[in-house]
Design a protein around this ligand. Sequence first.
Ligand code: SAM
Ligand code: SF4
Ligand code: F3S
Length: 451
Amino acid sequence: MGLRKNPNNMNQKIFIKTFGCQMNEYDSNRIFDSVKKIGYEKTEKYEEANCYLLNTCHIRDKAKEKVYSEIGRVKKIFRSKKKPLLIITGCVAQAENQEMLKREPYIDLVIGPQAYHKINDIIINYTKKKEKIEETEFDAVSKFKYLSKIKNEAGKVSSFLTIQEGCDKFCHFCVVPFTRGPEYSRPFKQILDEAKYLVDNGAKEIILLGQNVNAYDNEGYRLSDLILNIEKLPEIKRVRYTTSHPKDMTEDLIEVYKTSKKLMPLVHLPVQSGSNKILKSMNRKHTIEEYLNIFDKLKEINPKIEFSSDFIIGYPGEEDQDFKDTFNLIKRVKFINSFSFIFSPRPGTVAENLDLIEKKISFERLEKIQTVLFENQIRANNSFKGKVVDVLVENLTDDKSKAFGRSEYMTSVIFNGKKNDIGKIVQVRIKDSNRNTLFGEIITNSDQKVA
Ligand code: SAM
Ligand code: SF4
Ligand code: F3S
């Protein structure tokens, strides 16, 4: 299906704009791997595109409006040119489906996240018949079967690999179960094959992705099995996974931190709130005590392990004491990097119709929480000053004068590296830092270190 070349589309240029999470980034790359087969080249210059694809996110308020205002911009850019084929994919496409075609006639095709295996056929069909369609069926099995036949040609030092899609948890604030459908774990072998192909294309780090990545379960194979198998590939230097749910932080996964040689010591484990009352009303299915138990176990295995998290501030019913609980949790865990957002009511979710707390209070709380989270981040980065860190080199900086890589904790590191350091782990002495970046000087290439 859809693998054949379409001569009508040869030398077409596609511009892809991606909003949202890493899974959308992965999807955008895979969509491109697919449309390449029908003659599309990627362009970074939107004004020269014949096809403009917006891969959208629906997680918070205004997401939909952002998409329509982006379409307004596209209309302006192409006012005096041939209209590009406009395709909307991603979570807004899923949530809004045919409504989008009705509201904005400039849109040609609407394709949901579980229907990307059909994209080539849909485009070919549109080119022939000019028939606008919306395709939002949930069919993860066919999607991944199709995508596994098309090589993942991301060719990046640090490459994403989606292993699990969808969510069955139904947190009361979240649209993901509606936009990505039920939980689905890709076949174990299909993932290992894709990992090998990524390695052949230059990947040195693989980041395993899923909306609930640690719920991965395929015929008894768990995330822990994937980590231990992927790290056997000699070219792989680092393995990471995101995003995980505390409820699925099973013993086998915790144990992997004892045995794995390449799993990085940063655990992104969103907690959302430090208050058991709020966690319950969010339907998060775990308590703060259970969360801290995971934290303590991992710290005991390896004190170098650090945590990062997502927080929702101003959830309906959040009182001063609940907010203080969140504050106290942050003090205890000392998250080194976190995302925090004010609660945004989402259509179709249980929390949609709950009474909102005063806006002013939410903003004040967000400011307070971000101050302490940023302080933690600055302190953590500062603590590396004068120390030597292992950096996986990903690229040169835009002006090519320096190299860019990441520490074990995912922090950006900029240093005096060269092009031939790309793809290697080098040792960098940190001289300076700010909230997001470490700056340093290379000392050795640790790939050359004698064991
Ligand atoms: N599956 C992950 C988990 O269980 O934590 C999170 C996935 S979600 C794509 C990423 C983050 O968006 C969440 O951790 C949450 O903090 C935030 N988020 C989701 N829905 C939200 C809402 N309605 N308002 C504000 N933030 C929200
Ligand atoms: Fe959303 Fe909750 Fe599922 Fe995460 S676990 S994707 S927050 S419903
Ligand atoms: Fe957004 Fe969908 Fe990801 S709503 S965060 S793009 S799963």
